[in-house]
Design a protein around this ligand. Structure first.
Ligand SMILES: [Zn+2]
Length: 164
């Protein structure tokens, strides 16, 4: 299914109705879908570094001076993509009844003895990037470590843009 760039842009922004979206996500992908998506993302961000892969909402792995780093769409650089970007975040831990009841009605939230909510914010733009609901003391979760080279070589049949 060949989807035009305008429609993909609206999809990324979450502006497609279900009857427009469903055939796109369930149908066969056009050959250059990845390139079209990457082109749209590159135009959306305010920085010039080449995006290698989108990593998470607002976050991208980009090529910069021979390195692969995680960058927020606001421009903040989290450093090496192999190091958990969450370690650079501003973090709010909701581990008390009061802090949990800011979000949930009384008795509808979790018991802080058993679970805490950790909110990870970008230190520059303060966008909420991720939330973990974990037992107290549980290690910070490393969401995703992509194998960039294998992805490009095996799935796209070419070198990643920083190794062309
Ligand atoms: Zn940011």
């Amino acid at each position: 299914m060949d989807v035009d760039k305008k429609t993909l842009e609206r999809m990324i922004e979450g502006n497609l109705k279900w009857d427009e979206l469903k055939p796109i996500i369930s149908g066969r992908k056009d050959q250059n879908r990845f390139d079209k998506i990457m082109e749209i993302l590159q135009e959306k961000v305010k920085f010039d570094e080449k995006i290698l892969l989108p990593l998470h909402e607002h976050l991208y792995i980009v090529a910069k001076e021979g390195q692969r780093i995680v960058k927020c769409d606001c421009g903040y650089e989290f450093g090496d993509y192999k190091i958990n970007w969450k370690t650079k975040c501003r973090i709010r831990v909701r581990d008390s009844i009061d802090s949990i009841e800011e979000l949930y009605p009384k008795f509808m939230g979790s018991d802080p003895k058993w679970e805490e909510l950790r909110e990870y914010f970008c230190p520059k733009c303060f966008t909420l990037l991720d939330v973990e609901a974990v037992p107290p003391g549980y290690p910070t979760i490393f969401n995703f470590l992509p194998d960039i080279d294998t992805f490009y070589e095996k799935w796209l049949g070419r070198n990643p843009p920083d190794k062309e």
